[in-house]
Design a protein around this ligand. Structure first.
Ligand SMILES: C[S@@+](CC[C@H](N)C(=O)[O-])C[C@H]1O[C@@H](n2cnc3c(N)ncnc32)[C@H](O)[C@@H]1O
Length: 266
């Protein structure tokens, strides 16, 4: 089941590897939800889906509660007059400032489909700032939205930092963590999903928390690049490595294979 959002670092293409690494449990907890690609493709009886991006979680909640009516409401933004730079920048400004949460949610999907490379990036004031993408005819992904709606009935969506989400785990829960990647090189860091950056300190904190939860009998699986740093941070886990073709890059020629890992704390 494909997610309805384009998302940097989305895991749809390696979903089989993640499924193989996740043990059974009563509830799946995802502290870094992104597009939701992982819970959409698992079959846990319950799902706690969290992310620090409030615009993203607002959208998930509207799809969950509004279903077909909300999807129809979103359709009004997908017209040719809105596929022009001036309309795009006006709607982007509106997404950043409106207090109408339904409109904000619909505009977030509009931006995801009309902005440059489907990126999600914010400036220092928390304003979405990705430029216009110039696609021929962006479409509202209706089948994917309907799938998400059906699947979301077993989910609870929360805006939260990963530490808060992970601390809510109980025995029987399984946690899948997909944090922003650690940089492969000092300059190749993409971690601008929200206005707070995710640095090596946060990466280490996540690894430490995973170890503590494992000691309490809660399984944690973490995705990341395979680097010296991650190997050392995840020393307490069993490591599975593989190579992945990168999906979001501004320069098609620079799309290359990167080594990734799944660290299984259980
Ligand atoms: C690699 S993406 C997750 C992709 C997702 N697994 C998918 O397949 O689409 C990382 C996510 O972490 C979120 N994030 C960044 N910092 C966070 C934090 N401190 N706490 C919780 N979520 C955070 C971002 O908003 C982003 O959606």
């Amino acid at each position: 089941m494909k997610p309805f959002l384009k998302w940097a670092g989305g895991k749809y293409r390696i979903i089989d590897r993640i499924r193989a690494a996740l043990p059974p449990g009563n509830r799946l907890i995802e502290p870094f939800a992104g597009s939701g690609a992982v819970f959409l493709n698992m079959d846990y009886p319950a799902n706690l889906i969290a992310d620090s991006n409030a615009d993203l979680i607002n959208l998930f909640r509207h799809v969950q509660s509004g279903g077909k009516d909300f999807i129809e409401y979103c359709q009004q933004f997908f017209v040719s007059e809105n596929n022009q730079a001036d309309a795009f920048y006006r709607l982007r400004e509106e997404m950043n400032t409106t207090s109408d949460l339904q409109r904000k949610a619909a505009l977030f999907i509009y931006l995801n489909r009309h902005c440059f490379n489907g990126l999600c990036r914010y400036n220092g004031n928390g304003g979405f700032n990705v430029p216009f993408g110039r696609y021929a005819k962006p479409l509202l992904p209706v089948p994917e939205l309907l799938n998400f709606w059906a699947k979301s009935q077993s989910a609870k969506f929360e805006v939260a930092d990963f530490v808060t989400t992970m601390n809510r785990a109980e025995p029987g829960d399984v946690i899948y963590c997909d944090p922003p990647y650690v940089p492969l090189t000092a300059t190749a860091n993409f971690a601008d999903y929200t206005k707070e950056k995710f640095g090596l300190q946060e990466q280490q904190k996540l690894a430490d928390l995973a170890g503590e939860l494992m000691d309490k009998g809660i399984s944690v699986v973490i995705s990341n690049h395979d680097t010296e740093f991650t190997r050392s941070a995840y020393a307490a886990a069993k490591i599975y490595t593989f190579s992945v073709r990168r999906s979001i890059s501004s320069d098609a020629k620079n799309r290359q294979n990167a080594s990734e890992l799944l660290a299984v704390f259980m």
